[in-house]
Write a protein that binds this ligand. Structure first.
Ligand SMILES: Cc1ncc(COP(=O)(O)O)c(C=O)c1O
Length: 402
């Protein structure tokens, strides 16, 4: 009998996991050893899901709504999603163009998997949420990273010329995550128009991940790609409930694509997850159609935290802070600090955790080269902790810079 193989397949070998989850485990380990950790690591709102949404899920459970549902999602949720997008963005999405997924992550997976062919290229402005590149690699497509522009004091923007230069006949998809993880950038309507126009000219799809579309600060101007009249020709649209309604653990998201590709998407979806959790879907209807007051309160708190973080960090030597425009992240450059300490990105993050009990993520997790010398700070944590953690980072910086 031959020995069992411990080797995994080639495609799986290519992918990397999510650093935020690795560091979440590390923080828990520290805490188990009795150390206090202020976590600016994983991106999840510290607020519990609003009560009326939790009640809707309980009601669904009590009514016995516990079985499988349609793979595409229950009709009232697909309707509520289409209605929400159309009323917010003036679009014309129909319920049968919506696929409910187990989180935005699954929507990214299904959406890209359906379009990518071996040898296709996927342009990803970088730094970037790590998942897009992994899905591309899994399906024998090639991630093409295009660095974003960083302006000290201002933050990040798309390098539209570099993106256009990166287009080849093999380019199938450009990823547009707006508002942006990890930088907290909100791309201007002019930038979005220019990128969309490029996609039109070259016949390319835009994989638009707009999961942070409700997290907009200080009058940031946001344009959704679903608002273009010809979105069906160019858009794979991803959004979800995790961030807006603080429902990360519920696993509920959605995908919007033109009707003709829905049957193949559903073949893929049913193979991966059958359907999204039944009672979570009922809660999703209440989330969209119910009281948005708690969401507005949460976003107000996030904006206040962004300001606090910025005000404190802008006093730190070696840290190039800026005011985030959206999402709940700041991605400051700390290269001078790393150089002064003579450490690389990973060692920097570990030293900050060891010495000050503050967890941030290394910029190299996003996911290739452009994040080198930066850190991601998620301020989705209690305001008092944001203040205290930011002050500890300043203390750390002052100690190292002398
Ligand atoms: C840009 C982006 N897209 C998708 C996701 C995944 O969302 P979900 O928890 O709904 O799968 C995240 C989570 O951090 C994200 O930052």
């Amino acid at each position: 009998m031959s020995a069992p193989t411990l080797d995994v397949g080639e495609r799986v070998k290519r992918i990397v996991g999510e650093t935020a989850f690795t560091f979440l485990a590390l923080a828990r380990e520290y805490e188990a050893r009795g150390r206090r950790v202020i976590s600016f690591g994983i991106g999840q709102p510290d607020f519990v899901t609003p009560a009326h949404i939790r009640e809707a899920a309980k009601r669904a459970l009590d009514e016995g709504f516990t079985g499988y549902t349609e793979t595409a999602g229950i009709p009232e949720l697909r309707e509520a999603i289409a209605e929400y997008l159309n009323s917010r963005y003036g679009s014309d999405v129909r319920p049968d163009e919506v696929v409910v997924t187990t989180g935005a992550k699954t929507a990214i997976f299904i959406g890209l998997a359906a379009y990518l062919r071996p040898g296709d290229e996927v342009i990803i402005p970088e730094p970037s949420y790590y998942a897009y590149a992994q899905v591309a690699k899994l399906f024998d497509a090639k991630p093409v990273f295009v660095p974003m522009r960083f302006e000290p004091g201002k933050g990040f923007s798309l390098d539209l010329e570099a993106i256009e230069d990166a287009v080849t006949p093999r380019t199938r998809v450009i990823v547009l995550n707006n508002p942006h993880n990890p930088t907290g950038a909100v791309f201007s309507p002019e930038e979005v128009d220019a990128l969309y126009e490029l996609a039109r000219r070259k016949g390319i799809m835009i994989a638009a991940d707009e999961i942070y579309d409700n997290f907009l600060f200080d009058g940031a101007r946001f344009k959704s790609v679903i608002s273009y009249p010809d979105w069906r020709d160019h858009v794979i649209y991803v959004n979800g409930f995790s961030k807006t309604f603080s429902m990360t653990g519920w696993r509920l998201g959605y995908l919007v694509v033109r009707r003709e590709v829905i049957p193949k998407m559903l073949d893929l979806a049913v193979t991966v997850y059958s359907c999204a959790t039944s009672f979570a879907q009922k809660a999703g209807v209440t989330a969209l159609r119910g009281d948005w007051g708690p969401v507005r309160e949460m976003i107000k708190a996030f904006e206040e935290r962004a300001r606090i973080l910025y005000d404190i960090l802008s006093k730190a030597p070696g840290i190039e802070a800026y005011m985030p425009q959206g999402a709940f992240y700041m991605f400051p450059r700390v290269k001078k600090l790393m150089d002064a300490m003579g450490v690389d990105d990973d060692a920097f993050v570990h030293r900050l955790l060891d010495e000050k009990g503050v967890l941030v993520l290394p910029g190299t997790a996003f996911p290739d080269k452009a994040g080198k010398g930066f850190i991601r700070i998620s301020f989705a944590t209690a305001t008092e902790l944001v203040r205290e953690g930011a002050q500890l980072i300043v203390e750390f910086a002052r100690e190292k810079m002398g």
